[in-house]
Design a protein around this ligand. Structure first.
Ligand SMILES: [Zn+2]
Ligand SMILES: [Zn+2]
Length: 478
């Protein structure tokens, strides 16, 4: 590197014989390196230790003294047996599902995708959680946004709808953006043909610049209407329906789907996990408690484990609190067992933790979201809230409702019609991850119905992954 720099005559900045470029490069390599096995699995050993300790205290220091009718036991012989049976049953289901989630990989893109050269002319968009910097990134690559473009004069509300459509189509036909394809399936075929598998738009869908160069023209008009422009336009009563601004980033283009670390086009919904050092199919999140990622192939088992862990923790917590509390209030000579208190604290903590996961992932699965995709939709929702705040006061409920209705009439609903992986309904979404048989929702056996490779793009999106207004949906969906 240094030799190259010297040969090409570029100025070099060296410290202790190492150029800043080399340091930067090494840092980058270290940052992207897979975590050592022991670091990845550390919390798994911790979890096993907590489980073993919980069994020791609950069985050995609570149930057995009761069954043996020891003097200091917290309950009767029969109660001891009853508690032991429930504890063991719930505990075994939890351990069984824990073993399943720890040993079931999420699915890795590298096992299905061939390496390909990077798309020409691009240095990489690794963006979805960097939405703010993305505007700058796009500006650097494509030139500054066309802020100085002539702003349209305000028009009466009646004519704005057609005007906005005109603007949208103008911006969509700007250089670099091919003609829209109305059918989402067409986009699947288009991308699939490049690497031999179903293509994958991703969390990036929503998480990227909402004002890419091509879309700036259309949005600047809206900005001006809202009085945030540079004063060219008169503040005028606006037609609220024109103010929804879905992200216009063409997230299905190769440059957005290419993983520059792995060197291939990511399947739809796959993302690179830094800890695992590779792209994970339908990446949800990296979970230290299971020592790996949650993704397409193990999301179902993650949810099942979470369910049993919640039941186990709740039962342990509630029974111990009840017995200890009862003994403390009824027996004057009661001396509290510190290890019972430790288990109350630990099980209480994990009860709350697993419950919050149960709710959060229940919502994700029912909405056909991964965690990262939902974060991206949330950003769109937040942006919409800001627009709404400019339009109506906080307490103007009916006006807000009417505006939202107008937006939904024009675009469809956020997170549903406006979600690239929405499958048309909660049941469909749920079954795509959890399976179509009820036992599959509770028992950690079989496989996940989601193979992580065959996702169909919501036909309400164009071939490059942009949400279309209702007027441009396929006729049968409007
Ligand atoms: Zn990758
Ligand atoms: Zn990971």
């Amino acid at each position: 590197m240094a030799a190259n720099g010297a040969a090409s005559g570029e100025p070099e900045h060296k410290c202790c014989g190492v150029s800043a470029e080399e340091i930067q490069e090494k840092r980058e390599v270290r940052r992207n390196k897979q975590q050592p096995w022991i670091v990845l699995k550390l919390a798994v050993f911790l979890t096993i230790a907590i489980i073993v300790y919980t069994w020791y205290v609950y069985v050995g220091r609570l149930c057995i003294p009761m069954i043996r009718r020891d003097a200091g036991a917290l309950g009767s012989h029969g109660l001891g047996i009853g508690l032991l049976v429930v504890f063991v049953v719930l505990g075994l289901f939890m351990i069984w599902s824990y073993e399943k989630i720890v040993l079931t990989p999420p699915g890795f893109a590298r096992d299905y995708v061939q390496k390909t050269p990077a798309p020409a002319g691009h240095g990489g968009f690794h963006t979805y959680w960097e939405s703010e910097s993305e505007a700058e990134l796009a500006a650097a690559r494509y030139g500054p946004p066309q802020q100085s473009a002539p702003l349209p004069t305000p028009t009466p509300p009646q004519s704005r709808r057609s005007e906005s459509h005109h603007k949208r189509s103008t911006s969509d036909s700007a250089p670099r953006i091919p003609e829209k394809v109305l059918n989402g399936t067409a986009s699947v075929r288009h991308h699939g043909s490049q690497n031999g598998h179903a293509p994958s738009p991703t969390k990036e869908s929503f998480g990227t610049t909402d004002r890419p160069p091509a879309a700036v023209g259309a949005h600047s008009a809206v900005t001006t209407e809202k009085g945030h422009g540079n004063g060219h336009a008169q503040p005028a009563p606006i037609s609220a329906k024109h103010t929804r601004r879905p992200p216009k980033t063409p997230v299905l283009r190769d440059e957005y789907r290419y993983c520059y670390k792995d060197g291939f086009l990511k399947p739809h919904r796959a993302h690179h996990c830094r800890a695992c050092g590779t792209c994970v199919l339908k990446y949800d999140h990296h979970c230290p408690w299971i020592g790996q990622c949650v993704g397409a192939r193990n999301h179902r088992f993650f949810y099942i484990f979470d369910f049993w862990a919640f039941l186990f923790c709740s039962f342990t917590f509630a029974s111990l609190v009840g017995l200890v509390g009862q003994a403390a209030s009824n027996r004057p000579d009661f001396s509290i067992d510190g290890q019972h208190i430790a288990i109350i604290v630990i099980s209480g903590f994990f009860m709350i933790f697993t419950f919050s996961l149960l709710v959060a992932h229940g919502i994700l699965i029912a909405g056909s979201f991964s965690t990262v995709e939902q974060m991206a939709v949330q950003r769109t929702t937040d942006r919409e809230k800001r627009v709404m705040a400019r339009l109506h006061s906080r307490w103007a409920f009916s006006a807000r409702k009417a505006t939202r209705k107008l937006w939904d009439a024009e675009w469809g609903r956020l997170g549903k019609e406006g979600h690239m992986w929405w499958l048309g309904g909660t049941r469909n979404n749920w079954e795509a991850t959890m399976g179509d048989k009820v036992w599959m929702w509770f028992l950690p056996i079989g496989q996940s119905p989601d193979d992580g490779m065959s996702y169909v793009v919501n036909p309400r999106f164009d071939a490059e992954g942009r949400w279309l207004p209702r007027s441009e949906w396929p006729a049968e969906l409007r």
